[in-house]
Design a protein around this ligand. Structure first.
Ligand SMILES: [Mg+2]
Length: 135
């Protein structure tokens, strides 16, 4: 049986853009036009072969377009099989899984039951290092 892997979106699959986030998070088109993090698309395809992959992301609650744009972003970059794997939540802790790849401990990640792969930190600076750890 495949192990379960949860993957965050912003700052892990899609660019983080912390500089503009506050001023642009309500703009139509902001989320759909985010660029993928280098290596993320290829990594997702590789990880899907070995893990039961799910994308868990916290949307901007006051911007309903964010919800649909996240769904469209996943289809655009990861394909039509991937968007059914997307869950939008503010509490990632409630999900069962062996690993979560996330760039923060927010939204329940710090209390997640499995192993937190802290993307962008320490030994997990980029997708290359995450793949060599997991594959
Ligand atoms: Mg994130």
């Amino acid at each position: 049986m495949k192990k379960t892997l949860l993957i965050d979106m912003d700052g892990v699959l899609a660019e983080n853009d912390a500089k503009n986030f506050k001023s642009r998070k309500y703009d139509i088109g902001y989320f759909i036009n985010k660029k993928p993090i280098p290596g993320a698309v290829e990594a997702f395809q590789k990880l899907t072969d070995k893990f039961d992959c799910h994308i868990v992301s916290t949307p901007v609650w006051g911007n309903p377009n964010c919800w649909s744009e996240k769904r469209l972003w996943v289809e655009k970059h990861l394909g039509s099989n991937a968007y059914k794997k997307l869950t939008l939540t503010h509490n990632k802790q409630q999900f069962k899984g062996d690993f979560i790849i996330d760039d923060t401990e927010n939204y329940g990640v710090g209390d997640f039951e499995g192993e937190h792969i802290h993307f962008g930190q320490g030994e997990f600076k980029n997708w290359e290092s995450v793949l060599s750890y997991l594959l």
